[in-house]
Ligand binder design. Structure first.
Ligand SMILES: NC(=O)c1ccc[n+]([C@@H]2O[C@H](COP(=O)([O-])OP(=O)(O)OC[C@H]3O[C@@H](n4cnc5c(N)ncnc54)[C@H](O)[C@@H]3O)[C@@H](O)[C@H]2O)c1
Length: 387
């Protein structure tokens, strides 16, 4: 079975999904309102690290990008992969998803199956998207993509599916099963919406927990990485998490707040998420304190922050803890530059070369192969557990 698919949003989630569907023979349009991105895609330039230009070119028989709503008219399957960030007050901001859904809905044929892959609060698909797509089959299937992961990708990561109707569930399972190895369906969209948020809340809580343990180990003058290695020898009941200057990216620091917001709405508590958010957001200021302790004062000290992307080997700076860290270091009087060859340009500044000409280097998320030897013998604050 091959069908015409339109994937709305060609970012970190939508582009790999669209290309995986095209690879299996579906006729895919990657719809995006960013015309520069669309032009780039159609001329063979991938905007994301996980998709090579060669792989993009190899799908050109069955894939093209478009900003033209007319391309939705004969779609059999429409998949929403739009951003669901937090607003400036750190509350869920679903306006892009709602507006995007409203823009595409009038252009669809009644038989089109709509699948939402954007992360949402439990109840959102039924309460807010179903009215926009009234009369259509509507399903929810969260994306679990882990950028830069060499082992797990769209095709081999198990897919969760649920439908507002039985027909939507069955059609979504059939569609995904044409190119994804494991597809399982559940009794309601709320179960699957909550499962996605549980996965990411689990990571937020545990990473925040290990960060607190790392600070404890630092005060104990023991190496938290050795402690984690020792605990990891337990063959059951333990899973390692690793310290950092804070969690970034579009998922882990964001999605749990979608769960917490729903909890507040229905009078349930999410104290673990609230505390984990607090611990996570306090990491940059904690490390400004450590840096001050190392140098005495930060005033006029030359500091280089290394690896400003939210994790190694990606160029994505969304929610990166490096942002707050650099601001706080500058507020304390330090003269700060940053190095990240994958990010290159960020907030009007360019990546600085690694050298020994600094009073302190702070390792946030150095990429694989970063030449840390170039730092010579300057003091290094390794926020990943080496402090
Ligand atoms: N990035 C991840 O690792 C990841 C993993 C799992 C789930 N998710 C979830 O997937 C969703 C999408 O995230 P992402 O990281 O792919 O976002 P992204 O910002 O990388 O991509 C979104 C794309 O949508 C486009 N867009 C915005 N408004 C549009 C509109 N009205 N019509 C068409 N295109 C429009 C943007 O131009 C952009 O190219 C979010 O809900 C996110 O939480 C992300």
């Amino acid at each position: 079975m091959t069908v015409k698919v339109v994937v709305v949003g060609q970012g970190y989630v939508g582009l790999p999904l669209a290309l995986a569907a095209a690879e299996s023979g579906h006729h895919v349009v990657g719809f995006d309102t960013d015309t520069a991105r669309v032009e780039g895609l159609n001329s063979g330039k991938s905007p994301i690290g996980d998709i090579s230009d060669n792989y993009l070119a190899a799908q050109s028989l069955f894939y093209r990008a478009s900003s033209d709503l007319a391309d939705l008219a004969d779609a059999d399957v429409v998949i929403l992969c739009l951003p669901t960030p937090l607003d400036e007050s750190r509350n869920p901001d679903t306006s892009i998803l709602i507006e995007g859904a409203k823009a595409v809905a009038p252009h669809l044929v009644k038989s089109a199956l709509i699948i939402n892959e954007s992360t949402v609060s439990p109840g959102f698909t039924r309460d807010l998207l179903a009215p926009i797509f009234a009369g259509h089959d509507l399903a929810y299937s969260p994306e679990r993509i882990d950028p830069a992961n060499k082992n797990w990708n769209v095709k081999n990561t198990p897919k969760l599916v649920a439908g507002i109707t039985e027909s939507a569930r069955a059609r979504a399972v059939d569609f995904y099963s044409t190119f994804i190895a494991s597809v399982t369906s559940y009794s309601s969209v709320e179960v699957v919406e909550t499962a996605k948020l549980l996965e990411n809340s689990f990571r937020l809580v545990n990473i925040s927990f290990i960060n607190e343990i790392a600070d404890f180990c630092s005060k104990m003058k023991i190496d938290v990485r050795e402690v984690i290695a020792a605990a990891s020898t337990k063959p059951y009941g333990f899973m390692p998490f690793f310290p950092s200057s804070g969690i970034g990216g579009h998922c882990i620091p964001v999605d749990p707040t979608y769960l917490a917001a729903k909890a507040r709405e229905i009078g349930a508590s999410t104290r673990f998420i609230d505390l984990a958010n607090e611990v996570n957001l306090s990491r940059p200021s904690y490390f400004v304190g450590v840096a001050t302790g190392m140098l005495g004062s930060l005033s006029s000290k030359k500091v280089i922050v290394i690896g400003v992307a939210y994790k190694p080997d990606v160029a994505d700076v969304r929610e990166t803890p490096a942002d707050a860290l650099i601001s706080l270091l500058r507020s304390a009087g330090a003269d700060v530059v940053w190095h990240d060859h994958l990010v290159g340009q960020w907030k009007g500044e360019a990546s600085a070369a690694l050298s020994a000409g600094y009073d302190l280097a702070i390792l946030v998320n150095p990429h694989t192969g970063a030449d840390l030897d170039a730092l010579g013998s300057i003091p290094i604050l390794d926020t990943r557990g080496g402090y």
